[in-house]
Design a protein around this ligand. Sequence first.
Ligand code: ZN
Length: 128
Amino acid sequence: MDWCIAQSIKEVFVGDVGTVSQGTKKKQKLRRRERQKISNWNVGQQVRYLTYKLQAQGIAVTKVNEAYSTQTCPVCHQRHKPKGRMYRCRCGYVSHRDTHGAKNILSEQLYGMFTPIEENNLTYLRVA
Ligand SMILES: [Zn+2]
């Protein structure tokens, strides 16, 4: 997709509940028209569409199991389900629920474990 190509993204991580994240220099949102087009689809269709579009441009797509990414604190690695829109941990870690999961997915791919990631270096896209 144009927004990926424009940023020379080489690899995209797709979570199995539809969260997409990639490491880039700045935040950028999916163009509105594109977003509306896929907003009526179910998550499986959206992931297949994204995968197809990205692979057609030579961008690697890696599927990631999200089972724990939305529940695990990247700081102390305790697991609990987020309540509401924010993920809060007893250790003091707080993040928006969607970016929290996306950051965990990315950090697991980059470092092999959940670890806190600077949000300034992250572009995330919620398609679910
Ligand atoms: Zn914690």
